[in-house]
Structures are given as structure tokens and as C-alpha cells.
Design a protein around this ligand. Sequence first.
Ligand code: ATP
Ligand code: MG
Length: 424
Amino acid sequence: MSSGMLYGGDEIGALVFDPGHHSLRVGYAQEDTPKAEIPSVVGVAPGDPIKLESEAKPDDSNISSTPSSWKYYIDTIYLHTPRPNMELHSYMKDGMIENWEYFEKMMDYSYEKIIQSESHFHPVLFSESPWNQRQKREKLTEIMFEKYKVPAFYLVKNAALAAFANGRATALVIDSGATHTSAVPVLDGYVISNAVVKSPLGGDYLVLRAREMLESLGLDLTPSVLIANKEVVRDKDKPRYTKKAFSFDITNSWMTYMTKKTVQDFQQSVLQVSESPYDERVAASIPMVHHEFPTGYHQDFGSERFKLAEGLFDHAMLGAGYIAATSAGMCDVDIRPALYSSVVLTGGNSLVQGFSDRLSKDLSSRTPGSMRLKMIAANGTVERRFGAWVGGSILASIGTFQQMWMSMQEYQECGKAQIDRKCP
Ligand SMILES: Nc1ncnc2c1ncn2[C@@H]1O[C@H](COP(=O)(O)OP(=O)(O)OP(=O)(O)O)[C@@H](O)[C@H]1O
Ligand SMILES: [Mg+2]
């Protein structure tokens, strides 16, 4: 290492950031789980907002003030309160960071409120999507060294990290998140970029379908934060509740976000992928699941549970099994056996009940008979949802990795393009 110094290890806690469309995972390397999972949206409202009665604090923005007159609201409790003219924005697009201004607000918040330590003390490892662009990688490198003055930095593909987290350096990683599902071959810790296959079917797609279905049933999806009180009603009876009154108009983007949360709760507790392609009769014979909405309305859900989730598998060229087989097929025949024998499942959406069994079945029907197929899916929900973060936590704390960091000195000597050499 050019600087002759070691970074990371116990003395200087390295930080791991794993950004996604659903959330940003942030915490200390070597720990088992991230310190925080922060929703990947930033609430932006004009400065000097009308004070809400519940908040008597002089400054109700949770990010230290900026020269502009905008206020930023980050993290669940701040986002879940409606505010006059507060619009919610995502800083992610296609799995990559798109809006750097909002992203920096998120980083400021992470250091101030989650890490509660100054950025120049900690080496930082960031995960990135397998198709991240060169210009974006360099931009992130520049921000981390210039603005946050990190002593060392590193970028690793999230799929490679998820493979590490599952004890593999070579694997076919199936990552099903909010906005997409991808099949990513990883060989000796490196992604085979030209064999990455992705589909736009993930958790957000399920939310969309579930929302359409619930609205077609005429269900009221008012989020719980807007409900002042509700009565207990009988199964399928019209809900009886009163709404909280606000002296201002609630923005559409806030309403859309909160409605999505309501549908996500439904999706996570009710949907299930059936073991074989959807069959009305089989689905109807499986016990129903009861669900109560924030309004107090409740009912049983039966075959629709399976019908909705089937969308993740029944698309001819977008189903999870199809993209997995396609990706493996794009790799050199010599390495296919190693990939098929280490199919790693990760991402929050892979937690939909029945997902791993169905993928396993679907993929085995597409696997050449001579090939041994083994699926590795962490049992714990934390390990599954935070696979890439956990892999980063492990990687950043191993001894032999310490010589890999790109140091501040290297950045100053070689510039941001050095990241493309250090972290291919
Ligand atoms: N227990 C669960 N059951 C079903 N779905 C879940 C569960 N937990 C999380 N999800 C879904 O997983 C998705 C988030 O997954 P993940 O955290 O992997 O996404 P992300 O990496 O932030 O997003 P992306 O990969 O699209 O950038 C959401 O759609 C969420 O509803
Ligand atoms: Mg993801």
C-alpha cells in the first residue's frame, strides 16, 4: 500500500453503506447488522414552514440547516408526519444514485444522527449495483473524499457482497429488491458483468398489483398516521374511524408514499408464492389469511394471495427462474457447475412466503440434468434483507482486505479515476 498505513480494523471503525431504492443500510463493519435502515426518500419542504402543533421545537427539520431556504426530512418518524408542501423524492434510479443533492442530505443525516461521529475518522465501504456507471462511481468517490474527507474508500458490487455474506466467493446471486430482481454471476469475488440479467419485477411491482386489487375491492387504504381513532368492526364490515384534521393540504407524493406503506404491510403478511404455477383450485384449498387494515377494516384473503405473487414467476422472460437460468447460460460452460451449486438468494422481496421454494423448483426444471443445483438462502430475515450490507461488514473487517482500500493520499495523487483501477 502506497501510504504504508493500515486502515480499518478495530482501532478505526470502518463504515459500510448499502444503498437501495427501498432503503439505505448503514453501520459499522464487523457488526452483525446495520445500525440503521433508512428509507431512501427525502422529504423536501420550503423553509419556515407553519409550525405543527405537535412540534414546539424551534427547528423541526432533522438536518442541520443549509444556506438555502429548503428543509429536509429524513427517516421514518420525520417522513411519516405530513407537512405543508412537503414533497417526497427518491435519490435512486435504476439501482444507482441519481440525485446527489438529496443523497448528500442522507449522508449528512447518517453521520450526524446514526453514526454520531465525524466522517474523517472512518474508512468507508460502499456497495453499488452491478451495472453502476463509471461517471457515478467517480462522483461518489469524489464526494466521499472531498466533502466527507474519509481516510479511505472502497466500492464493491452488492451481489459480490451478498455472496460473501453467504460464505461464497463464487455464486449465482439472485437479488430481489424493491424495484428489480437480478441474476448476477460472481466469480472469485468479481461480477461477470456481461452475464448480468435483470427484470423490473420486485417488491414495488407486487405493491402495484396488490394496490390495484385492493382498490378494485373498494378498500380504503388510508394510512394509520391519518387516523385519529377507529372502532372495532366485524369481518368485512365498513370501517368506522375518524380522520385527523390538518390545516393544510397533504401533498400527493406524501400520500402515495404512505399508501404504499399500507399496501406493503398487506403484501408482507398476506402474499405467498405457490410451489407450482398458479392453479385456482389448489390456491383455493389453502387456508385463508386474515388481514386488518389501518382503518380497522378486516377480512380473509384466499386465492388472491397466490395470484398476486405469481406475477414474480409467470412472465415468460422476466420470471426469477428464467433470468437465473439465462444468466448462468451466458457464462462460460466451465464455470456453470460452480454457479449452479451456489445459487445465493438475497434481497427483501425474496422473503415473500414461498419465494425460495418456487425459485428452486423453477430453476431445477431449467437446469441441465447433469448439473447439481444448490440454493443458499439465509434463514434469518435480517441476513436476507441485509445480505449485501452484511457481506460488506465482513469484507471491511478482514485483515487481508486492509491493503485494498483506496487511501486519501492515493486520491490526492491520482484523482477520482483511481477508483476504477482499485475497485474494478
Ligand atoms: N418480510 C418480507 N416479506 C415480503 N417482502 C418484504 C419483506 N421484507 C421486505 N420486503 C420487501 O422487500 C423490498 C425491499 O427489499 P430490499 O431492501 O432488498 O430493496 P432495496 O435494495 O432497497 O431496493 P432495490 O434493490 O430495488 O434497489 C420491498 O419491496 C419490501 O416490501
Ligand atoms: Mg437491492
